[in-house]
Write a protein that binds this ligand. Sequence first.
Ligand code: NAI
Length: 337
Amino acid sequence: MVKVAVLGAAGGIGQPLSLLLKLNANIKELSLFDVVNVPGVGADLSHINSDATTETHLPSSKEDKTALLTALKGANLVIIPAGVPRKPGMTRDDLFNINASIIKSLAEGIAQSSPDAFVLVISNPVNSTVPIVAETLKKHGVYNPSKLFGVTTLDIVRANTFIAQLYPTDSKPTDFNVNVIGGHSGETIVPLYSVGSTGKLYEKLSEEQKKTLINRVQFGGDEVVQAKNGAGSATLSMAYAGYRLAESILKSLTSSEEVVECTFLNLVPEIKGAEEAKKLVGGLDYFSLPVKLGKNGIEEVKYEILTKISDDEKKLLEVAKEQLAKNIEKGVSFATQ
Ligand code: NAI
Protein backbone atom coordinates (compact mmCIF):
# COMPACT_ATOMS: atom_id res chain seq x y z
CA MET A 1 0.00 0.00 0.00
CA VAL A 2 1.72 3.12 -1.20
CA LYS A 3 1.52 6.89 -1.33
CA VAL A 4 1.55 8.41 -4.81
CA ALA A 5 2.10 12.13 -5.45
CA VAL A 6 1.04 13.78 -8.72
CA LEU A 7 2.75 17.11 -9.44
CA GLY A 8 0.68 19.11 -11.91
CA ALA A 9 -2.47 17.22 -10.86
CA ALA A 10 -4.96 19.87 -12.01
CA GLY A 11 -3.80 19.84 -15.63
CA GLY A 12 -5.03 18.12 -18.75
CA ILE A 13 -2.98 15.00 -17.99
CA GLY A 14 -2.95 15.37 -14.21
CA GLN A 15 -6.73 15.08 -13.80
CA PRO A 16 -7.44 11.87 -15.75
CA LEU A 17 -4.18 10.36 -14.45
CA SER A 18 -5.26 11.07 -10.87
CA LEU A 19 -8.64 9.50 -11.60
CA LEU A 20 -6.99 6.27 -12.78
CA LEU A 21 -4.67 6.25 -9.76
CA LYS A 22 -7.65 6.79 -7.42
CA LEU A 23 -9.05 3.48 -8.69
CA ASN A 24 -5.89 1.44 -8.01
CA ALA A 25 -6.34 -0.84 -5.00
CA ASN A 26 -2.60 -0.79 -4.19
CA ILE A 27 -2.61 2.96 -3.60
CA LYS A 28 -3.39 4.05 -0.06
CA GLU A 29 -2.85 7.80 -0.37
CA LEU A 30 -3.11 10.03 -3.40
CA SER A 31 -1.37 13.36 -2.90
CA LEU A 32 -2.23 16.01 -5.48
CA PHE A 33 -0.09 19.10 -6.00
CA ASP A 34 -0.57 21.97 -8.46
CA VAL A 35 -0.12 25.73 -8.51
CA VAL A 36 -3.80 26.24 -9.50
CA ASN A 37 -7.23 24.60 -9.13
CA VAL A 38 -6.10 21.51 -7.25
CA PRO A 39 -8.52 21.73 -4.27
CA GLY A 40 -11.46 21.31 -6.67
CA VAL A 41 -9.89 18.34 -8.41
CA GLY A 42 -9.20 16.70 -5.05
CA ALA A 43 -12.70 17.35 -3.68
CA ASP A 44 -14.22 15.83 -6.80
CA LEU A 45 -12.02 12.71 -6.72
CA SER A 46 -12.49 12.26 -2.98
CA HIS A 47 -16.17 11.38 -3.50
CA ILE A 48 -15.25 8.22 -5.42
CA ASN A 49 -15.74 5.25 -3.12
CA SER A 50 -12.38 3.60 -3.81
CA ASP A 51 -10.01 3.03 -0.89
CA ALA A 52 -7.26 5.55 -1.69
CA THR A 53 -7.53 8.75 0.34
CA THR A 54 -7.10 12.06 -1.49
CA GLU A 55 -5.22 15.08 -0.21
CA THR A 56 -4.49 18.33 -2.06
CA HIS A 57 -1.68 20.85 -1.77
CA LEU A 58 -1.79 24.35 -3.27
CA PRO A 59 0.98 26.86 -2.54
CA SER A 60 -0.28 30.07 -0.94
CA SER A 61 2.23 32.16 -2.96
CA LYS A 62 5.14 31.79 -5.39
CA GLU A 63 7.53 31.71 -2.44
CA ASP A 64 5.58 29.01 -0.54
CA LYS A 65 7.68 25.81 -0.69
CA THR A 66 5.87 24.07 2.17
CA ALA A 67 2.90 22.88 0.08
CA LEU A 68 5.19 20.94 -2.28
CA LEU A 69 7.28 19.47 0.54
CA THR A 70 4.17 18.35 2.42
CA ALA A 71 2.65 16.87 -0.74
CA LEU A 72 5.80 14.82 -1.28
CA LYS A 73 6.40 13.74 2.34
CA GLY A 74 6.48 9.93 2.49
CA ALA A 75 5.61 9.47 -1.20
CA ASN A 76 6.77 6.15 -2.68
CA LEU A 77 5.97 7.16 -6.24
CA VAL A 78 6.00 10.65 -7.75
CA ILE A 79 4.53 11.35 -11.19
CA ILE A 80 5.25 14.70 -12.88
CA PRO A 81 2.94 16.05 -15.59
CA ALA A 82 3.57 19.69 -14.54
CA GLY A 83 4.40 22.31 -17.16
CA VAL A 84 3.14 23.75 -20.40
CA PRO A 85 2.04 21.60 -23.36
CA ARG A 86 2.62 22.24 -27.08
CA LYS A 87 0.51 24.38 -29.41
CA PRO A 88 0.32 23.79 -33.19
CA GLY A 89 3.70 24.38 -34.86
CA MET A 90 5.71 23.86 -31.67
CA THR A 91 8.26 21.10 -31.08
CA ARG A 92 8.74 19.58 -27.63
CA ASP A 93 12.09 21.36 -27.45
CA ASP A 94 10.25 24.71 -27.71
CA LEU A 95 8.86 23.97 -24.22
CA PHE A 96 12.33 23.75 -22.68
CA ASN A 97 12.61 27.36 -21.45
CA ILE A 98 9.49 27.17 -19.30
CA ASN A 99 9.42 23.52 -18.29
CA ALA A 100 13.11 23.17 -17.38
CA SER A 101 12.78 25.55 -14.41
CA ILE A 102 9.51 23.97 -13.26
CA ILE A 103 11.06 20.49 -13.33
CA LYS A 104 14.19 21.63 -11.53
CA SER A 105 12.24 23.17 -8.66
CA LEU A 106 10.02 20.09 -8.35
CA ALA A 107 13.11 17.83 -8.33
CA GLU A 108 14.55 19.95 -5.52
CA GLY A 109 11.38 19.26 -3.54
CA ILE A 110 11.72 15.53 -4.20
CA ALA A 111 15.36 15.60 -3.05
CA GLN A 112 14.28 17.18 0.21
CA SER A 113 11.02 15.41 0.95
CA SER A 114 10.86 12.03 -0.83
CA PRO A 115 14.39 11.11 -1.92
CA ASP A 116 13.61 7.37 -2.04
CA ALA A 117 10.59 7.66 -4.31
CA PHE A 118 10.24 6.29 -7.82
CA VAL A 119 10.09 9.37 -10.07
CA LEU A 120 8.18 9.29 -13.37
CA VAL A 121 8.77 12.31 -15.61
CA ILE A 122 6.04 13.12 -18.14
CA SER A 123 6.78 16.85 -18.67
CA ASN A 124 8.35 17.64 -22.02
CA PRO A 125 10.92 17.71 -23.49
CA VAL A 126 11.43 14.34 -21.74
CA ASN A 127 14.85 13.91 -23.47
CA SER A 128 16.03 16.94 -21.46
CA THR A 129 13.79 16.99 -18.36
CA VAL A 130 14.96 13.54 -17.22
CA PRO A 131 18.64 14.63 -17.17
CA ILE A 132 17.54 17.77 -15.26
CA VAL A 133 15.91 15.63 -12.55
CA ALA A 134 18.96 13.32 -12.40
CA GLU A 135 21.44 16.19 -12.06
CA THR A 136 19.30 17.95 -9.44
CA LEU A 137 19.01 14.80 -7.33
CA LYS A 138 22.77 14.22 -7.76
CA LYS A 139 23.49 17.73 -6.49
CA HIS A 140 21.58 16.89 -3.33
CA GLY A 141 23.36 13.52 -2.97
CA VAL A 142 20.16 11.47 -3.22
CA TYR A 143 20.21 10.21 -6.80
CA ASN A 144 19.15 6.62 -7.47
CA PRO A 145 19.17 6.01 -11.26
CA SER A 146 17.18 2.78 -10.85
CA LYS A 147 14.21 4.84 -9.70
CA LEU A 148 14.14 7.54 -12.38
CA PHE A 149 11.86 6.96 -15.39
CA GLY A 150 11.26 9.15 -18.44
CA VAL A 151 7.74 8.27 -19.53
CA THR A 152 7.80 7.20 -23.19
CA THR A 153 4.90 4.73 -22.82
CA LEU A 154 2.60 6.79 -25.06
CA ASP A 155 4.89 5.98 -27.99
CA ILE A 156 4.43 2.25 -27.30
CA VAL A 157 0.66 2.70 -26.93
CA ARG A 158 0.51 4.53 -30.27
CA ALA A 159 2.78 2.00 -32.00
CA ASN A 160 0.46 -0.85 -30.90
CA THR A 161 -2.68 0.98 -32.02
CA PHE A 162 -1.36 2.18 -35.37
CA ILE A 163 -0.17 -1.23 -36.63
CA ALA A 164 -3.45 -2.83 -35.53
CA GLN A 165 -5.33 -0.22 -37.58
CA LEU A 166 -3.52 -1.50 -40.69
CA TYR A 167 -4.74 -5.06 -40.05
CA PRO A 168 -8.30 -4.54 -38.73
CA THR A 169 -9.47 -8.06 -39.56
CA ASP A 170 -6.35 -9.98 -38.45
CA SER A 171 -5.43 -8.14 -35.25
CA LYS A 172 -6.43 -5.91 -32.37
CA PRO A 173 -4.25 -3.32 -30.57
CA THR A 174 -3.97 -5.49 -27.45
CA ASP A 175 -2.20 -8.20 -29.47
CA PHE A 176 0.96 -6.10 -29.55
CA ASN A 177 3.60 -4.67 -27.30
CA VAL A 178 6.02 -2.89 -29.61
CA ASN A 179 9.40 -1.92 -28.21
CA VAL A 180 9.91 1.77 -28.90
CA ILE A 181 13.41 2.94 -28.11
CA GLY A 182 15.57 6.08 -28.31
CA GLY A 183 13.90 9.17 -26.94
CA HIS A 184 10.54 10.92 -26.82
CA SER A 185 10.36 13.49 -29.62
CA GLY A 186 10.01 13.21 -33.38
CA GLU A 187 12.91 11.37 -34.97
CA THR A 188 14.37 10.29 -31.64
CA ILE A 189 11.39 7.91 -31.33
CA VAL A 190 12.35 4.57 -32.90
CA PRO A 191 9.64 1.88 -33.02
CA LEU A 192 11.10 -1.61 -33.48
CA TYR A 193 8.34 -3.23 -35.51
CA SER A 194 10.69 -5.80 -37.08
CA VAL A 195 11.22 -7.68 -33.80
CA GLY A 196 8.74 -9.40 -31.52
CA SER A 197 4.96 -9.57 -31.79
CA THR A 198 4.67 -7.37 -34.89
CA GLY A 199 7.55 -8.89 -36.94
CA LYS A 200 5.45 -10.98 -39.35
CA LEU A 201 2.76 -8.38 -40.04
CA TYR A 202 5.34 -5.63 -40.48
CA GLU A 203 7.21 -7.69 -43.07
CA LYS A 204 4.08 -7.84 -45.22
CA LEU A 205 3.90 -4.04 -45.54
CA SER A 206 5.28 -2.24 -48.59
CA GLU A 207 8.29 0.05 -48.10
CA GLU A 208 5.95 3.06 -48.41
CA GLN A 209 3.55 1.69 -45.78
CA LYS A 210 6.46 1.01 -43.41
CA LYS A 211 7.71 4.57 -43.78
CA THR A 212 4.24 6.03 -43.19
CA LEU A 213 3.69 3.85 -40.11
CA ILE A 214 7.02 4.81 -38.52
CA ASN A 215 6.44 8.48 -39.28
CA ARG A 216 3.00 8.25 -37.67
CA VAL A 217 4.49 6.86 -34.43
CA GLN A 218 7.24 9.51 -34.44
CA PHE A 219 4.83 12.38 -35.07
CA GLY A 220 1.56 10.95 -33.67
CA GLY A 221 1.54 13.65 -31.01
CA ASP A 222 1.13 16.26 -33.77
CA GLU A 223 -2.19 14.68 -34.84
CA VAL A 224 -3.58 15.44 -31.38
CA VAL A 225 -1.98 18.91 -31.14
CA GLN A 226 -3.52 19.85 -34.51
CA ALA A 227 -6.94 18.38 -33.69
CA LYS A 228 -7.00 20.27 -30.37
CA ASN A 229 -6.17 23.41 -32.36
CA GLY A 230 -4.38 25.40 -29.67
CA ALA A 231 -6.02 23.74 -26.65
CA GLY A 232 -3.00 21.57 -25.82
CA SER A 233 -1.56 18.16 -26.63
CA ALA A 234 -2.38 14.55 -25.76
CA THR A 235 -3.91 14.31 -22.28
CA LEU A 236 -6.27 11.32 -22.12
CA SER A 237 -4.05 8.87 -24.01
CA MET A 238 -1.10 10.23 -22.03
CA ALA A 239 -2.89 9.73 -18.73
CA TYR A 240 -3.57 6.14 -19.77
CA ALA A 241 0.08 5.63 -20.78
CA GLY A 242 1.46 7.21 -17.59
CA TYR A 243 -0.90 5.09 -15.55
CA ARG A 244 0.26 1.95 -17.38
CA LEU A 245 3.88 2.59 -16.37
CA ALA A 246 2.90 3.43 -12.78
CA GLU A 247 0.77 0.29 -12.59
CA SER A 248 3.67 -1.84 -13.88
CA ILE A 249 5.98 -0.38 -11.25
CA LEU A 250 3.42 -1.06 -8.51
CA LYS A 251 2.95 -4.58 -9.86
CA SER A 252 6.71 -5.24 -9.70
CA LEU A 253 6.64 -4.23 -6.02
CA THR A 254 4.00 -6.77 -5.13
CA SER A 255 4.40 -9.71 -7.52
CA SER A 256 7.18 -12.06 -8.56
CA GLU A 257 6.02 -12.01 -12.19
CA GLU A 258 8.55 -10.52 -14.65
CA VAL A 259 7.46 -7.00 -15.59
CA VAL A 260 9.15 -5.30 -18.55
CA GLU A 261 8.44 -1.78 -19.82
CA CYS A 262 10.29 0.64 -22.08
CA THR A 263 11.49 3.79 -20.35
CA PHE A 264 13.98 6.62 -20.93
CA LEU A 265 16.68 5.89 -18.37
CA ASN A 266 20.17 6.88 -17.29
CA LEU A 267 22.62 4.25 -18.54
CA VAL A 268 24.89 3.92 -15.51
CA PRO A 269 27.10 0.95 -14.55
CA GLU A 270 25.07 0.23 -11.37
CA ILE A 271 22.22 -1.03 -13.54
CA LYS A 272 22.71 -4.50 -15.05
CA GLY A 273 23.01 -4.35 -18.84
CA ALA A 274 23.31 -0.56 -18.92
CA GLU A 275 27.01 -0.50 -19.86
CA GLU A 276 26.40 -2.92 -22.72
CA ALA A 277 23.48 -0.74 -23.86
CA LYS A 278 25.55 2.41 -23.66
CA LYS A 279 28.22 0.93 -25.92
CA LEU A 280 25.57 -0.06 -28.46
CA VAL A 281 24.02 3.43 -28.54
CA GLY A 282 27.23 5.29 -29.18
CA GLY A 283 28.02 6.24 -25.60
CA LEU A 284 24.81 8.19 -24.85
CA ASP A 285 24.10 8.56 -21.13
CA TYR A 286 20.32 8.33 -21.55
CA PHE A 287 18.21 6.18 -23.84
CA SER A 288 14.81 4.56 -23.87
CA LEU A 289 14.98 0.77 -23.81
CA PRO A 290 12.97 -2.14 -22.40
CA VAL A 291 13.86 -2.67 -18.74
CA LYS A 292 13.03 -5.36 -16.21
CA LEU A 293 11.37 -3.87 -13.15
CA GLY A 294 11.80 -5.12 -9.60
CA LYS A 295 11.31 -4.10 -5.99
CA ASN A 296 14.12 -1.57 -6.21
CA GLY A 297 13.18 -0.12 -9.57
CA ILE A 298 15.01 -0.81 -12.82
CA GLU A 299 16.79 -4.14 -12.31
CA GLU A 300 18.11 -4.80 -15.77
CA VAL A 301 18.31 -3.17 -19.20
CA LYS A 302 17.25 -5.54 -21.95
CA TYR A 303 19.97 -4.28 -24.29
CA GLU A 304 19.99 -7.46 -26.42
CA ILE A 305 17.17 -6.04 -28.51
CA LEU A 306 19.70 -3.60 -30.02
CA THR A 307 21.54 -6.53 -31.60
CA LYS A 308 18.40 -7.86 -33.32
CA ILE A 309 17.14 -4.84 -35.21
CA SER A 310 16.86 -4.46 -39.00
CA ASP A 311 19.18 -2.35 -41.16
CA ASP A 312 16.43 0.23 -41.65
CA GLU A 313 15.96 0.51 -37.88
CA LYS A 314 19.72 0.95 -37.49
CA LYS A 315 19.51 3.95 -39.82
CA LEU A 316 16.66 5.44 -37.75
CA LEU A 317 18.79 4.96 -34.65
CA GLU A 318 21.66 6.93 -36.15
CA VAL A 319 19.39 9.94 -36.67
CA ALA A 320 17.91 9.53 -33.18
CA LYS A 321 21.31 9.36 -31.50
CA GLU A 322 22.50 12.62 -33.01
CA GLN A 323 19.44 14.57 -31.81
CA LEU A 324 19.35 12.86 -28.44
CA ALA A 325 22.95 13.82 -27.68
CA LYS A 326 22.00 17.50 -28.03
CA ASN A 327 18.77 17.19 -26.01
CA ILE A 328 20.57 15.39 -23.16
CA GLU A 329 23.41 17.90 -23.10
CA LYS A 330 20.91 20.77 -22.96
CA GLY A 331 19.25 19.27 -19.86
CA VAL A 332 22.52 18.46 -18.12
CA SER A 333 24.04 21.90 -18.68
CA PHE A 334 20.84 23.65 -17.52
CA ALA A 335 20.85 21.70 -14.27
CA THR A 336 24.58 21.95 -13.57
CA GLN A 337 24.99 25.68 -14.33
P1 NAI B 1 -1.65 21.44 -18.80
O1 NAI B 1 -1.26 22.85 -19.05
O2 NAI B 1 -3.07 21.06 -19.07
O3 NAI B 1 -1.33 21.05 -17.29
C1 NAI B 1 -0.11 21.30 -16.68
C2 NAI B 1 -0.36 21.58 -15.22
O4 NAI B 1 0.90 21.83 -14.61
C3 NAI B 1 -1.27 22.81 -14.96
O5 NAI B 1 -2.34 22.45 -14.11
C4 NAI B 1 -0.31 23.80 -14.28
O6 NAI B 1 -0.95 24.60 -13.32
C5 NAI B 1 0.68 22.83 -13.64
N1 NAI B 1 1.93 23.48 -13.25
C6 NAI B 1 2.62 24.48 -13.85
N2 NAI B 1 3.70 24.82 -13.12
C7 NAI B 1 3.70 24.00 -12.04
C8 NAI B 1 4.55 23.87 -10.93
N3 NAI B 1 5.64 24.62 -10.77
N4 NAI B 1 4.23 22.93 -10.02
C9 NAI B 1 3.14 22.14 -10.16
N5 NAI B 1 2.30 22.24 -11.19
C10 NAI B 1 2.58 23.15 -12.12
O7 NAI B 1 -0.65 20.52 -19.63
P2 NAI B 1 -0.79 18.95 -19.96
O8 NAI B 1 -1.50 18.80 -21.24
O9 NAI B 1 -1.29 18.26 -18.75
O10 NAI B 1 0.75 18.57 -20.22
C11 NAI B 1 1.70 18.59 -19.20
C12 NAI B 1 3.07 18.24 -19.71
O11 NAI B 1 3.11 16.90 -20.20
C13 NAI B 1 3.54 19.11 -20.88
O12 NAI B 1 4.90 19.46 -20.70
C14 NAI B 1 3.40 18.20 -22.08
O13 NAI B 1 4.26 18.55 -23.13
C15 NAI B 1 3.76 16.88 -21.46
N6 NAI B 1 3.34 15.70 -22.24
C16 NAI B 1 4.15 14.61 -22.21
C17 NAI B 1 3.85 13.47 -22.92
C18 NAI B 1 4.75 12.28 -22.86
O14 NAI B 1 4.52 11.36 -23.63
N7 NAI B 1 5.72 12.22 -21.98
C19 NAI B 1 2.64 13.41 -23.76
C20 NAI B 1 1.82 14.59 -23.66
C21 NAI B 1 2.18 15.69 -22.95
